[in-house]
Design a protein around this ligand. Structure first.
Ligand SMILES: [Zn+2]
Length: 536
């Protein structure tokens, strides 16, 4: 279905695992392999096959998943060549989009063809004019076919989803699925911009384009010289390296900056740079032997949106969090993900029970991208939005995109004061929930520190009795004498828990010294770095 309307029912990791399992089974049971098994076909035989014959086969790439896999590929290349390659390797990003062949005749872009089954593809020339990097007219009247990847950049993807939402069309699940769908969709009432990066050049109609013996890097440079964007112009660039150790180092470097790239990549492609060596290494039925994709770990997977919980922050902002069926992404187990605000939840049309795509990479907090609508269970309801503050039960202000408790910081205050007055902290005997609520309600207490300046009159008003007011005033006076670490901890300073409060108290000795400390002095405390110090 990914190759159909662009929405896949399975994420890449699940697909790859199933595929590897099928391959292993076929290898163990060669006699039982179905004659129409798709494992020997380009794109596993599921891509729609058009009727446009490719100039030469447009193959996909074999994958490796780690450094050992790349070394093993290097050994296989040496076996095929009968020696180590002499012309070096290129390393370029594997843009996460859809492969196309674009044909230029006399400098004019005349046809764009999808990969299809590698021998025949679909004519998608209707996209001519809406792809950056694939100009309708080249600077020279050359005849040539360029091959590469079409994708939405992150920015184009966001614009595309805004346009689709405005037309009442479902938003794309991710940039790649959006690309596949957009290439195939003819006659949409709107046009969406995409971007092209060439990774190959093929002679068309027998017209020479490249000088004899041009390397892969030189071929891309020739395409760039007439106006086609190539992977060399991508943010990850194209690097020529002498050996696979250097190729692996480049792959690691690009992987590290992956989340900052303006377009999604799902790996790096390593190729023999010398075209004579490419020919000597040869082609398999699905893959060329002279190139390999080093896949990066998945940073997007599908799982089930089980529920949405709402937490109220210190300032009263309501933050929705998605509770997910546990899923492994980029080396960690994800069970919760950020949802931004109610408008965003509605824009993404999320329902409880939906299969959703979840994105996580490096230190980024996991986020829910979109629902896979075709997999929505019958009777699923849209994510319910709260009609009262989940903490205090009070009114919600919906004036801004991020909803807030109408009480703002006062919403969290009673809980903070109760915590501070508790036995482990200030131990203010008699200052229970009711009196705290009254003090917050009257405005006499706006933060924990206000407790220490309360008058007997204010405490009398809050407790409704002069006797109780006097008793509370006594208790509060005694609370000032509690150990410094407990008093400091009770203040609820952002980023300081109990053990940090102990270290701060030990380091400075008095409340006055703590108050006078600037960010530089604060860094002398163990565990407080340059980021935390100014906050404290
Ligand atoms: Zn509230």
């Amino acid at each position: 279905s990914y190759y159909g309307d662009g929405d896949s029912a399975m994420d890449d990791t699940s697909y790859d695992r199933l595929r590897i399992a099928v391959l292993a089974w076929e290898e163990a049971h060669p006699a039982e392999v179905s004659p129409d098994s798709p494992t020997g076909l380009v794109a596993d035989g599921v891509a729609p096959t058009g009727d446009i014959a490719h100039t030469t086969r447009l193959l996909s790439l074999d994958n490796v998943f780690d450094a050992a896999g790349l070394v093993a590929w290097g050994a296989s290349v040496e076996r095929r060549l009968g020696r180590a390659p002499a012309g070096g390797f290129t390393v370029e990003p594997k843009i996460d989009g859809a492969a196309v062949a674009a044909r230029y005749r006399d400098g004019r872009l005349v046809q764009v063809v999808t990969r299809g089954d590698g021998r025949h593809g679909e004519d998608v020339s209707h996209v001519i004019g809406q792809i950056d990097g694939l100009p309708e007219q080249l600077s020279d009247a050359v005849t040539v076919e360029v091959r590469g990847e079409v994708a939405f950049t992150q920015e184009q993807f966001e614009t595309a989803n805004e346009v689709r939402a405005a037309h009442g069309a479902p938003v794309f699940v991710n940039p790649r699925n959006g690309t596949a769908g957009t290439l195939r969709a003819k006659g949409r009432p709107y046009r969406l911009r995409m971007t092209f990066w060439a990774y190959g050049v093929v002679e068309l109609d027998g017209v020479p384009f490249l000088p004899a013996g041009a390397t892969h890097a030189e071929a891309l440079a020739a395409a760039a010289a007439v106006g086609v964007q190539t992977t060399a112009a991508s943010p990850a660039g194209l690097l020529v390296v002498p050996d696979l150790a250097a190729a692996q180092a480049q792959a690691d470097a690009v992987a590290a900056m992956r989340t900052e790239l303006p377009v999604g990549i799902d790996g790096l492609v390593v190729k023999l740079n010398d075209t004579a060596e490419q020919e000597a290494a040869g082609l398999g039925s699905r893959f060329p032997y002279w190139a390999i994709a080093v896949k990066l770990p998945a940073i997007e997977r599908q799982t089930i949106l089980e529920d949405v919980v709402w937490e109220v922050g210190r300032t009263g902002v309501l933050a929705p969090t998605a509770l997910l069926t546990a899923v492994e992404i980029d080396g960690s187990t994800v069970t919760r993900a950020t949802l931004h605000n109610p408008a965003d939840i509605r824009r993404r049309d999320l329902h409880i029970g939906d299969t959703v795509t979840v994105y996580k990479a490096g230190d980024i907090i996991p986020r829910v991208q979109a629902a896979v609508v075709p997999l929505r269970p019958a009777g699923a309801v849209p994510v319910p939005l709260p009609d009262a503050c989940p903490r205090c039960g009070g009114e919600i202000s919906t004036a801004q995109e991020r909803w807030r408790c109408a009480k703002g910081t006062a919403c969290a205050l009673p809980a903070l004061i109760e915590y501070a007055a508790g036995r482990e902290m200030l131990d203010i005997d008699g200052l229970g929930r009711t009196y705290v609520a009254a003090l917050v309600e009257s405005g006499d207490v706006r933060d924990v520190a206000d407790l220490f300046t309360l008058t007997v009159e204010q405490l009398t008003a809050a407790s409704g009795s002069a006797k109780r007011g006097a008793k509370l005033a006594e208790q509060i006076a005694a609370a000032k004498e509690r150990p410094l670490n407990r008093v400091f901890c009770a203040l609820g300073v952002l980023g300081t828990g109990r053990s940090m409060s102990r270290r701060i108290a030990r380091h400075f000795g008095t409340m006055d010294a703590i108050r006078q400390a600037d960010a530089t002095e604060m860094q002398d405390v163990e565990g407080i770095g340059p980021e935390k110090a100014p906050v404290v």
